[in-house]
Write a protein that binds this ligand. Structure first.
Ligand SMILES: [Fe+2]
Ligand SMILES: [Fe+2]
Length: 330
């Protein structure tokens, strides 16, 4: 458990500690491309590449997956459970509440893998279409590598918890495939941010909570640290692409984003999780979707990304009602 109690000082990138001043970012003189570094886009990507080289993790090595769950520790804060404070919740024993939290955490991890697979395909599309001898394409490749490790980490977490993989429903799975081919511009970056920032908010809350299983906290800490770079990159790309958006495209992009927000809010938790504590999935889902405490959880998760997308003009007609239905705006 020693490895999981604290983030190690160095992660995967530390395997070359002796390389003198030669990280992915290199020095200013080492920037590739002709004059590309003078752009903001390249400067941001260069800074993120340096940060990636200085601090990144390999969850296969940095997490002690052989450590068993700690008795009495939980997998998800109770107040983030979808049924919290409902009559169904009141009927559950403390052990059942802990078990439900474990399955809900697994559902979020499974949904996270689905989101990251979409994200990796979007980043691969960017790398395929643009000049790889630029910092921003190289950063997209570095981010893909991190997302790939994250997905493996979430998959190992599910395996470690000994619970099922809760996949999104088939129609959502199909919509995800469609998104990878159709998403572009600010809606593409906004969709990425919705997935990243909502989970980031919950993970930050859990990372400092001593009642949570140490391995879950370690997974969260690694993800928070690396996602901070991804969020910075996607926010900058969104702002850049939103500035170029035509008035005709704006409603289409907003509609796509509203749909993504609604899907994320509705499918983070699979109804199948309720079987783990003997509840009927359809009935428990109805209760969860009507639960004010769950609405507040979704609002809390979306608070930062909603503020950012509003500022960027990406929340509005014709999709305002979808954000409202998702309980991300009032
Ligand atoms: Fe990730
Ligand atoms: Fe990410």
């Amino acid at each position: 458990m020693t490895k999981t109690s604290e983030l190690p000082a160095r992660g995967a990138s530390s395997t070359n500690p002796g390389l003198p001043g030669k990280g992915a970012g290199g020095t200013d003189s080492g920037l590739p491309g002709k004059g590309a570094a003078s752009t903001d886009r390249e400067r941001i990507a260069d800074r993120l590449l340096r940060s990636t080289a200085a601090r990144s993790y390999d969850p296969e090595l940095d997490i002690d997956w052989s450590a068993p769950p700690e008795p009495g520790k939980i997998f998800l804060p109770e107040h983030r459970s979808t049924l919290y404070r409902t009559p169904l919740w009141d009927r559950l024993t403390p052990e059942q509440r802990r078990e439900l939290g474990k399955h809900e955490a697994a559902s979020v991890a499974g949904f996270g893998i689905w989101l990251e697979c979409i994200l990796m395909r979007l980043l691969a599309k960017l790398a395929y279409e643009e000049n790889p001898a630029t910092r921003h394409v190289q950063y997209a490749l570095a981010e893909m590598a991190e997302e790939c490790r994250h997905s493996t980490m979430f998959a190992r977490l599910i395996e470690w918890m000994g619970v099922p993989y809760y996949a999104p429903p088939r129609h959502i799975h199909a919509l995800g495939r469609l998104l990878t081919t159709t998403a572009h511009g600010p809606a593409m970056w906004g969709a990425i941010l919705i997935g990243e920032e909502i989970t980031d908010r919950f993970q930050r809350e859990m990372a400092t909570d001593d009642s949570i299983q140490p391995i879950v906290r370690m997974v969260n800490k690694i993800h928070i640290l690396e996602e901070a770079r991804h969020i910075g990159f996607a926010r900058a790309e969104l702002t850049r692409s939103a500035a170029k958006l035509s008035l005709g495209e704006l409603p289409i992009q907003r509609a796509m984003l509203g749909r993504v927000a609604f899907i994320v809010a509705r499918h983070l938790i699979s109804p199948e999780v309720y079987r783990s504590v003997g509840l009927d999935p359809a009935e428990a889902r109805r209760v969860a979707l009507a639960n004010p405490a769950h609405h507040e959880t979704i609002r809390y998760g979306g608070e930062k990304i909603v503020a950012f997308l509003r500022e960027a003009g990406m929340i509005g007609p014709p999709a305002t009602h979808l954000w409202r239905k998702a309980h991300m705006i009032g």
